[in-house]
Design a protein around this ligand. Sequence first.
Ligand code: UD1
Ligand code: MG
Length: 449
Amino acid sequence: MTDRLAAVVLAAGMGTRMKSELPKVLHPVAGKPMIDWVLDAAGSIGADPVVVVTAPGQDALRRAVAGRAASAVQEQPLGTGDAVKPARQALAPMTDGTVIVLYGDTPMITAATLSRMVEARRGPDAPAVVVLGFEPADPALYGRLVLGADHSLERIVEARDAGPVEREIRLCNGGVMAIDAAVLFAMLDAIGNANVKGEYYLTDIVGIARERDRRCAVVTCSPIETMGVDSRAGLAAAEAAMQARLRAAAMDDGATLIAPETVFLCHDTRLGRDVTVHPHVVFGPGVTVADGVEIRSFSHLEGATVATGAIIGPYARLRPGAEIGSGAHIGNFVEIKNAVVEPGAKANHLTYVGDARVGAGANLGAGTITCNYDGFAKHHTDIGAGAFIGSNSALVAPVTIGDGAIVGAGSTVTRDVPADALAVVRGEDRIVPGGAARFRSRRANPGKD
Ligand code: UD1
Ligand code: MG
């Protein structure tokens, strides 16, 4: 046997219980479509080609996987045994080696487990089929793995066809199989549908291999990895499991999550060492956080990079294109979008910075707003190094504030401010001595005056 490896991902199920316009396997888990988790696991153990089996109406799914996998169409949902057959043409070159069959709706499956299955296939007695087994808390609906005296796999009995003795078996079929490519399609052709559902069961392939004097084996994994998603509740359960996995990985890599169960990560969130994430922080896609950063409670980050030693939050919002420099401070109710905040700059309260550069060490007072949108187009604001923007200032883009310039509080700046200049753009002060007292007296005694 050679080391050639291919994969077939079954995704032709209708997923009707999701009650969704979106094909089930495109629903995201930790920000990534379920099927992409499966394709990534198959890809990372070197499976090539990978064939996704779809239903006739699933153009959206075929478009979504195009480029990373071939797709094939199962004309009718006749069962898992039938579902692998449409991959025959794409797998024609696979005259030997291993074909892994897995489901598109089980995002928790890991490359490590798939590798163990492939290793078992390559074992000395080259089992024809290696099945992924697990022990669910409630085996009710799963196929039961019937073992022989030597602990090899004799057959799989679907729950609905199982007798009372077989129903007592706790070891169940997790749905993934590694099958000898040389005999895969011959064995599939031998599967019949004489069962209570009239379906072609892929699981019958084990009994067929045994009839042909081929050994079959079981590799086991934790029930987490075989979690399948059939409903919105199942999707939420998979999300919770994936979050637990991502949090554990982030902590393993040296980040402190003070209350991990309150922190939501995305599939691609990258946290450096000695990052501290306080309770209740949400990471959307595309966030990279360097070493030693502190992210305080109730912050929301997506598409952002944060450099060493910066402090973010509490209550900060970093939107796509936010690049926060080392040691910068982004405080409460501050929103940053498509803007570079250079090292040591501070925006600590109630500020919007969009389409801008904030130079190193600049200080934005409370209520600073970059007015980046005029109703038609977005414009850039450039704030120089060491500039000081007084509270409640509106910087009307396009506008440049030079290095070291000071903008007085309450200014509405529409013209460029040169380096080291002072700009105060507001109505003139008018202070009338005794004016308040006279006003009150007029209101208290109308008519007298
Ligand atoms: C299957 C197994 C069962 C195992 C369980 C684990 C069979 C006969 N039974 O049962 O032993 O314990 O998974 O979750 O294989 N699909 C198609 N085309 C079809 C039918 C299914 O593409 O005609 C796809 C579905 O989209 C799904 C996967 O195959 O991704 C599994 O199908 P499902 O109906 O969920 O199988 P189970 O009855 O759960
Ligand atoms: Mg199922």
